[in-house]
Every structure is written in structure tokens, then in C-alpha cells.
Design a binder for this molecule. Structure first.
Ligand code: TYM
Length: 331
């Protein structure tokens, strides 16, 4: 059977890259009646120093944000990762069949570890925990942005290795990447980088909860180039191409179609078109968020129900894994 799993870290605000790269797809799958499980992966958010109070607040904030984006707890299972200990238990089992070389080659690890003198072990095994998230629910499809594809490949490798060693257990999880976003949404300040929660410059990203005037200002200031025409050339003109990608993903129109529609506009005027579209899309989400964040008891209830439903699925899998690796017990 088809099962969709995906996760998001509760760090900072959701930005447009997360939304267009992943969350939008989550809501589509949910609304198509698929069997969907989504997790707020707080354990993934402590690999680097963090503020406990902030993390705690951010879990509820992310819950409200996801609901405001259209995740419906009646149709989707939404839960907080750290409330189900089996994620860590399966992570250990998978860690025992993972090699150091395999993890050391992952680009995200290389990138992040380069900036640190002392690299925490958690940063290194982060993708193994992610594989455990996916496999614990026997997920067949994982909707993510392009930047996560290598991590899903690791989950595939580990599923394959586990199955070969202990007998058929896990289906092969496949990543579902939004085709229009095969290129990731880029930073507005430096289009050679992806739009990211961890960037210190908040002008580099469009947060889902930004006010219309902030969105307008950031898009107006987005780095482009000296050519005034609007053309889609991701290599030569990454800044303009990024605006077109955003436009394309918001409307479902192809970049070519967009370029012919806006022929005659210069990039300055074109920015206003994109800004209007972004504002139109995000305004109802921001309003729904403001309503939901005032209902913490409701948000807790959503996570509690999600935890119960997720635990049922996870327990079946973990029971099977225990049996296969020789952890059987009658206690
Ligand atoms: P995270 O929290 O960094 O991002 C959540 C989702 O947003 C996508 N994304 C982007 N897509 C397009 N353009 C961008 N600039 C951009 N930035 C982020 C990400 O690809 C992701 O889909 N390791 C994961 C969380 C995770 C997970 C999992 C995902 C933990 N366990 C199991 C899937 C399955 C992460 O840090 O995503």
C-alpha cells in the first residue's frame, strides 16, 4: 500500500522555499485522499546549539503554520517526532548497518561540518534518524525539496541493506520532488544559495508569516542583474530565474509561458507582479495562523491525536524489526 511520509524542522518560520518545495505538495497529496503522515522533527533540530524555550514554542508555531497552510488533522496524521521513542530505537538499528564513509560523503554534512571546529555526532547521524523516520512508517513516497534527495537515497540504501540482511521488511521509499522546483528556491540576496531558515539575513527569504509590506520590500530588493528583460536562464541569470520559478510554482504556469506573458515588462516591474502573487497567496495563510496560534490547547490536542495514530503504525513496524533482529522478548 501507498504511504506518504515527510518531515519538517521546527526551526524558525516556514519560508516560501519550504512551502513551494514541500508543504504545498503535502496538502495536495492529503487532499487527493492519500495515506499521509507528517512529522515536526524536533529531534533533528538539536544537532546544533539551540534554545530549549524557543524550540518548545516553535513546535506549536509550526503546528499552527502547517494547519494554516492546509494540513487537515482529519485527513493527515501530524505529530511531534520526539514523542515517539521508536524513531531513535530504529535509528540505532539502522546506524549499525550504516558506514562512516557513506555518511561523510553526504553534501549537507560536508557543507555544515566545514564551518565547525568540533563536529557533533548528531550532525553526522542526522540522515540515519531521517531514514528511521521514513522506514518506521514503511513509507513508499517522501515529498521533499531537491535538497533532501540524497537523504532519501540513504534511506533507500538502508532499507535495501536491512531487507537483504534480515528479510523483506521495508518498501523502497521514493522521493517526490516538485518538478517545477527541480531547481530549489534560491536566496533573494545570493541566488547561488538556497533559500534557508538558517541564513542570518532575513531579507534573503520570504517567510510565510511576513506582512505584505515586508514581502513587497524583500522582493523589490531581490538581487537580479543588469539586463532589464525578463528571460528564464537559470545558469546565466539565477536571480531572475528564481523569481520566475516562484511565479511558476504559485500559478502552475511554465517559465516559458510566464516569459511570454510578461514580455515588455522590465525586471523592476516584473518584481511587482511576483510580489502581488506572493502576497495574494500568503495573506489568508497568515490570517489563519494568527487565529490558530491563540488556541494552544487545540494545537496540543492535534499533536496528541497525531501521536496516537502514528504510534499505532510505528509499533507494528518496530515489533517486526525487533523480531527480525533477535530482540524478541516476553516481558
Ligand atoms: P527542512 O526542515 O530543512 O525543510 C522542510 C522541507 O522544505 C524543503 N526545502 C526547500 N525546498 C525548495 N527550496 C528550498 N529553498 C527549500 N528549503 C527547504 C526541504 O527539502 C524539505 O522537504 N531533514 C529534513 C527534515 C526531515 C525529513 C524526514 C524529511 C527529517 N526527517 C523524513 C522527509 C522525511 C529537513 O531538514 O527539512
Amino acid at each position: 500500500p501507498k504511504r506518504i511520509f515527510s518531515g519538517i524542522q521546527p526551526t524558525g518560520n516556514l519560508h516560501l522555499g519550504n512551502y513551494l518545495g514541500a508543504i504545498h505538495k503535502w496538502t495536495q497529496l492529503q487532499d487527493n485522499g492519500e495515506n499521509v503522515v507528517f512529522s515536526i522533527v524536533d529531534m533533528h533540530s538539536i544537532t546544533l546549539p539551540h534554545d530549549p524555550k524557543e524550540l518548545n514554542d516553535n513546535v506549536l508555531k509550526m503546528t499552527a503554520t502547517l494547519l494554516a497552510c492546509g494540513i487537515d488533522p482529519k485527513k493527515s496524521i501530524l505529530f511531534q517526532q520526539s514523542t515517539i521513542a521508536m524513531h531513535v530505537q530504529l535509528c540505532w538499528v539502522l546506524g549499525c548497518i550504516t558506514t562512516l564513509a557513506r555518511l561523510g560523503h553526504l553534501p549537507q554534512f560536508k557543507e555544515k561540518s566545514q564551518t565547525l571546529k568540533n563536529v557533533p555526532l548528531g550532525l553526522y547521524i542526522y540522515p540515519v534518524l531521517q531514514a528511521a523516520d521514513i522506514l518506521l512508517y514503511k513509507a513508499t513516497h517522501v515529498p521533499v525539496g531537491q535538497d533532501q534527495v540524497q537523504h532519501i537515497q540513504l534511506a533507500q540504501d538502508l532499507a535495501f541493506k536491512f531487507n537483504r540482511t534480515y528479510g523483506d521488511t521495508f518498501p523502497m521509499p521514493r522521493s517526490l520532488v516538485n518538478e517545477n522546483a527541480s531547481q530549489r528556491i534560491k536566496s533573494l540576496r545570493d541566488p547561488s544559495k538556497k533559500m534557508s531558515k538558517s541564513s542570518k539575513d532575513s531579507k534573503s527569504r520570504l517567510d510565510i508569516l511576513d506582512r505584505p509590506d515586508e514581502l513587497m520590500e524583500k522582493i523589490k530588493k531581490a538581487v537580479t542583474d543588469c539586463t532589464s528583460e525578463v528571460t528564464y536562464e537559470p545558469e546565466e541569470r539565477p536571480g531572475v530565474a528564481n523569481l520566475i520559478s516562484i511565479h511558476s510554482m504559485l500559478t502552475g504556469k511554465s517559465p516559458d509561458q510566464i516569459c511570454s506573458e510578461v514580455e515588455g515588462l522590465n525586471t523592476g516591474k516584473y518584481k511587482l507582479v511576483v510580489a502581488d502573487l506572493v502576497i495574494e497567496k500568503l495573506t489568508p495563510i497568515r490570517e489563519e495562523f494568527s487565529r490558530l496560534i491563540k488556541e494552544p490547547a487545540y494545537l496540543q490536542e492535534v499533536l496528541k491525536n497525531g501521536r496516537e495514530k502514528a504510534t499505532e503504525i510505528a509499533s507494528d513496524c518496530w515489533y517486526e524489526v525487533q523480531h527480525k533482529i533477535g530482540f524478541e522478548n516476553d516481558i
